[in-house]
Write a protein that binds this ligand. Structure first.
Ligand code: DNO
Length: 346
């Protein structure tokens, strides 16, 4: 496996210089953040990002994400244009030497939480999700500001967008995803970029919007929509693992050759559809992180991996889930497990 770390670009308080000092981290996961969703990324802009990362002594490994325009998800009139732009971006990324792209197909909202600074007994804070609270949230109020929330939408735009999903069922979303894959994976194969869809977080419908990348059966269905090694997964333990029906170790064993990118974090399930995020170590939460890493190792897996959200510890402030310290501990923990597994084979 190749250990990577997410970096949010020039404005990220977690600088490349700091990331470089984390033992065992050599790769960066990032994106071109200031091009509007749906427009193609130019080769020049991608190379600018790559150079910045390389000047800091690191390697630009994975793009997370090339976002998918909502028109593609709803099967709107402009989808062909946006798909064409998407393919242009893939071609330019390939030309710049990138071979793995993460994206998601979640309608309107990316990852969703109800609280950004939930205190844990150890004095750290984490992101958490309380079902009751989310059920009482109104995304049209214009007052919510949470991670994964696209704040670039005005209140009216959000209303219009939500209305467009009124008649979109899960089956429609599957069809629109297939339409996208049929066109995009062909190009991905041609330019040798591995596409890795990120599961829905949380893995159930929110605000009445359909969500489909949620379970083992649905991952299987997804992989069959376009059966190619270039149509793969970002297996996010914390997203899928919130649902007790999802057995992550089984998913790794079943899909390892189609998992191109692994997101590793632990979560503690605190009730039905309620959870708080946790430190990476197995005993901090509900997921067997050791067992998951071992499953990757046992299968001789060689993809990209990154520690996912961390707690805020040691007084750090910054982007919720994306501070330096706890994610760095996560990277070292994963590397430690991997090294021990490597050595126990000899
Ligand atoms: C959250 C992330 C997601 C992810 C996108 C991928 O921390 O894992 O925002 O980047 O869903 O498209």
């Amino acid at each position: 496996m190749k250990m990577t770390f997410r970096w949010y670009g020039k404005d990220d308080p977690v600088t490349l210089e700091k990331i470089r000092q984390i033992p065992g981290v050599t790769g960066i996961v990032s994106a071109v953040y200031d091009i509007p969703v749906g427009e193609a990324w130019s080769y020049e802009r991608i190379m600018e990002l790559k150079k910045e990362v390389e000047d800091a002594g690191l390697e630009l490994s994975v793009i997370e994400s090339v976002p998918v325009h909502e028109d593609i998800k709803i099967g709107g009139g402009n989808r062909d244009k946006y798909i064409e732009n998407y393919c242009t971006t893939l071609r330019n990324l390939a030309k710049a030497g990138i071979d793995c792209v993460c994206y998601n197909f979640m309608p309107v909202f990316d990852w969703t939480r109800s609280e950004l600074g939930h205190p844990l007994p150890d004095g750290s804070t984490v992101l958490s999700y309380d079902n009751e609270t989310v059920l009482n949230m109104n995304p049209l109020s214009g007052e919510l500001s949470l991670p994964g929330w696209d704040e670039s939408y005005t209140k009216d735009e959000m209303k219009d967008l939500m209305a467009k999903y009124d008649n979109i069922t899960e089956e429609d979303l599957w069809n629109n995803l297939k339409y996208f894959l049929d066109r995009v994976i062909k190009v991905a194969e041609e330019v040798k970029v591995k596409m890795a869809i990120h599961p829905d977080d949380p893995p159930w419908s929110i605000f009445g919007l359909p969500r489909i990348i949620t379970s083992k059966a649905n991952l299987e269905r997804f992989l069959k929509l376009y059966d190619s090694p270039y149509n793969g997964l970002t297996l996010c333990t914390g997203s899928l693992g919130i649902s007790p029906d999802n057995d992550i170790i089984d998913m790794v064993n079943s899909f390892h050759d189609r998992i191109h990118f692994a997101h590793i974090r632990n979560i503690k399930i605190t009730g039905e559809r309620c959870f708080e995020e946790a430190g990476h170590k197995t005993d901090a939460g509900s997921l067997d992180i050791y067992g998951i890493i071992k499953a990757y190792h046992d299968n001789g897996w060689e993809g990209y991996i990154r520690p996912d959200h961390g707690r805020m510890i040691w007084g750090e402030t910054g982007k919720p889930g994306y501070g330096l310290y706890d994610r760095a501990l996560g990277a070292v923990y994963i590397n430690g497990i991997w090294e021990a597994l490597d050595r126990s084979e000899n």
